[in-house]
Each structure stands twice: as structure tokens, then as C-alpha cells.
Design a binder for this molecule. Structure first.
Ligand SMILES: [Zn+2]
Length: 241
């Protein structure tokens, strides 16, 4: 255990290197991983420290542009995949990384075929069933079997805090939402919506780890909802171990 990132034991035991960086008091910019294009900024130093702790460096990172869509990119080399929110690889030595602050990071691994994936699912991606699409991709592209797939649904906006309007809530099944504090408002459970997509696609509950942590009310995480435009970002990453 360390105080820079958390790790899913389920994924580690299955043979995947995995980590979700945290908000760390005392670190520059709260250990934010946010990118803004200028070298040497605190975030750049943070990323180097985080990646080093995980056993990688920037030159082996594959990233996604993240446009709140449902496109999946299969990658075999480092760099940025445009207009995608889900990365998949069968190449070792490549770290798939996505950036989050309230959106759900989902890390998925086929322990037999050794396929890794990182998904960024905000409400739009979740409503568009990006996680179901990703599992379907494992089945059709790699011939994965449901029982070989393990997944971590990481810390993100929780049903305790994540209040949305009717126009957003209406896109989700009833079991993923409950009435909010005021009329026309609902609390949305993005983590359960995504883990439901995994089980609907045939994954066993015991092969899914869901973080109990809510990024909005737990100060160990960055939160866009809580901190606004100045919010930092966490990095969620996975590689074939
Ligand atoms: Zn909360």
C-alpha cells in the first residue's frame, strides 16, 4: 500500500499491472495528472513520479483523446488515440492510461488471452453503453470467454453526491438512479450502471471489483463537480503484467 495510487487486487492477482492515482495533500497541485501542454509543470513532475511508481515512463504510455463518446481504439504503440474513450491492447510493455475526475475509470483484463483495456465512462459514455461495447469487442476481436475477464470499476462520482437533472437521469435504467433532494433531480449511480453492463455481458460478479469511494465527497480524489474548472485529474492505468 502506498499513498500515491490505489490498485485493484483482483486485477493484480489476474496478472495486470494497474493503478489509479489519488489526490495527495502536500504534493504539487494535489498530485494532479492533468495535461496542459507545458513541460516542467507540477503535473508533469507528478506524472513522472506516478508512472515511475507503477514501473513505466511517459514513452510507453498510450492515451485517449476522450471525447465522451463510445469509440474503441485497439492500440499497439504509445501515443494518443484521437476521438476515443476506450483503449485495448494485446501488447505487453504498453501502459493504457485515461484521465478522470468524477467520470468512471474501468480497467478490464482477460487473464487467459492477456488483453488489457482502459475505459473512460462519464454519464454520456455510460448512457451509450461503452462498457458493454468494450466487452463485446473482447468477444468478437479476441474470442474472449466471459469467465476469463476481470474488471475494476474505479473511484468516481458516487450515488451519494452525483445529482443530475431529468434529461440525464432519463437515459438510465431505473435501478441506476433514485429521486434527488428536489423536484426533477436524481442521484445517479454511474458505477453500478457500468458494473451492470459488465454482468449483462456475462461477467461474474466475483470477477468485478467496484470501488466504494466517491470522488466528490472523498478528499483523497480530484473532483470536477466539487472543485470546478480548477480540478485536478487522476490517471487510471493498466498494462499486461
Ligand atoms: Zn459522495
Amino acid at each position: 500500500m502506498n499513498d500515491l495510487f490505489l490498485e485493484s487486487r483482483l486485477l493484480s492477482d489476474a496478472g495486470a499491472v494497474n493503478a489509479v492515482s489519488m489526490r495527495v495533500e502536500g504534493k504539487p497541485a494535489g498530485f494532479s495528472m492533468r495535461r496542459n501542454g507545458t513541460a516542467g509543470l507540477p503535473e508533469e513532475i507528478n506524472r513522472r513520479e506516478f508512472l515511475g511508481a507503477v514501473g513505466f515512463d511517459e514513452s510507453s504510455v498510450a492515451r485517449a483523446e476522450q471525447v465522451h463518446g463510445t469509440n474503441i481504439a485497439r492500440v499497439s504503440s504509445p501515443g494518443v488515440s484521437p476521438e476515443t474513450d476506450a483503449l485495448v491492447t494485446d501488447r505487453g510493455g504498453l501502459l493504457l492510461a485515461i484521465s478522470v475526475a468524477d467520470c468512471v475509470p474501468i480497467l478490464i483484463f482477460d487473464r487467459r488471452k492477456r488483453i488489457a483495456s482502459a475505459v473512460h465512462a462519464g454519464w454520456r459514455g455510460t448512457a451509450g453503453n461503452i462498457t458493454s461495447k468494450l466487452v463485446q469487442y473482447f468477444y468478437s476481436e479476441f474470442g474472449s470467454a466471459p469467465d476469463d475477464i476481470v474488471a475494476f470499476v474505479g473511484p468516481s462520482a458516487g450515488a451519494c453526491c452525483y445529482e443530475v437533472g431529468e434529461e440525464v437521469a432519463g437515459r438510465f435504467p431505473e435501478k441506476s438512479r433514485r429521486k434527488g433532494a428536489s423536484r426533477g433531480k436524481y442521484f445517479l449511480d454511474l458505477k453500478s450502471a457500468n458494473s451492470d453492463q459488465l454482468t449483462d455481458m456475462g461477467l461474474a460478479r466475483m470477477n468485478i471489483e467496484v470501488s466504494k469511494h466517491c470522488t466528490i465527497c472523498n478528499l483523497n480524489y480530484h473532483s470536477f463537480r466539487r472543485d470546478g474548472e480548477s480540478s485536478g485529474r487522476m490517471m487510471a492505468a493498466i498494462a499486461i503484467g
